[in-house]
Design a protein around this ligand. Sequence first.
Ligand SMILES: Cc1cc2nc3c(=O)[nH]c(=O)nc-3n(C[C@H](O)[C@H](O)[C@H](O)COP(=O)(O)OP(=O)(O)OC[C@H]3O[C@@H](n4cnc5c(N)ncnc54)[C@H](O)[C@@H]3O)c2cc1C
Length: 388
Amino acid sequence: MAGVQTAVALREMGSADEITLIGDEPHAPYDRPPLSKAVLLGGPAGGDVRFDVDFDALKVELRLGVRAQALRVGEREVVTDAGAVPYDRLVVATGAYPVALPGTTGLPGVHLLRTLDDAAALRPVLDAKQDVVVVGAGWIGAEFATAARQAGCAVTVVEAADRPLAGVLPAVVTAHMRAWYDEAGVELRTGTPVAQLEPGAVVLADGGRIPAEAVVVGIGARPATGWLAGAGVELGADGAVVADDRLRTTAPHVFAVGDCASFPSGRFGERLLVHHWDNALQGPRTAAANVLGGDEVYDPVPYFWSEQFGRFVQYAGHHADADTLLLRGDPTTDAWSACWLRGERLAAVLAVGRPRDLAQARKLIGRSASVDPALAADPAVPLSSAAR
Ligand SMILES: Cc1cc2nc3c(=O)[nH]c(=O)nc-3n(C[C@H](O)[C@H](O)[C@H](O)COP(=O)(O)OP(=O)(O)OC[C@H]3O[C@@H](n4cnc5c(N)ncnc54)[C@H](O)[C@@H]3O)c2cc1C
């Protein structure tokens, strides 16, 4: 996504330079969000996920099935399994890879969900209505569970934490999501760490076993930056390329964008590593402008959405534990929001079935607006009217 968007942005900005897009997957570049949604269910809605970009017309050379193995900053070349590729400027956009449970790679019936091939391997599981265990009640786990239930699979989700999405949202919010699993007929077992996977079963840390015809592991993703080790491009403890606010890396002429890179957010006062689609859409515009000699700062209001259990969940901004949480509406209903205030300023919003809240909050956060907490907590008042 970020690589394609960078190439497109460079052309839109008038670059006539040679552009080479290298990717290790064999498929033409495609969009990932449908992979955990419509693609799993097949049919017309899950059709073509390829980006609608004419690479020939844009004069972008696509080198598919080619893996970058190392970077030689001094020589200005990327070493690939198909030879060295020289560059004047390089944009690293290698995304992220899904974390596997140790010792389970290649085990029959065990799946990850990142690529088109992963989704294709899961289609027959849904078609056959297999009994599935999902490890991890995060975004991917919830979306896969939704599709698998729709297909008629029996689904159990096991989660080590005491609630879904424990790493990203506070208990006040996620407590209500437990009911979504119940409603969909998904058994959610929290506080249930997995010890290991065996053919046909998930073995729990407490010794219990859950039979499973298929297991889907959704326990997070890590930046795909191993190939940069020792290259002189600084990587953070999270494995992300440490980019600056112009998406430049610590190596000259090398930029980084998308799931593989973190950047300092002036707006939120901390370094952010964003693994969401909108970041891979917006970041490339800044990266491309700076590749062409511009001096643009990347300081987005992060945004993402998730479709799970018949609900449209959207989030904009960024919150920290110390921010004040306000609920807008009743979280046991189908439409409600949560707002986070930092001092008087709106820092983030989570909207469940309230896209207007999201759209208005995104603008308010973008202009660092202060809001009246009582009005912001009243779902009958448009969020924009809560601005001071
Ligand atoms: C199943 C799924 C569902 C999602 N749903 C949503 C959603 O609903 N909402 C949302 O906001 N976000 C969603 N996302 C997140 C969003 O898709 C990602 O944030 C986005 O794809 C990131 O783009 P990227 O270009 O940084 O990385 P990627 O799209 O991962 O692209 C990186 C590419 O680089 C390749 N690569 C990696 N290493 C090398 C190497 N050494 N050499 C050559 N090529 C390499 C990879 O194979 C990959 O093709 C979803 C992600 C997944 C996996």
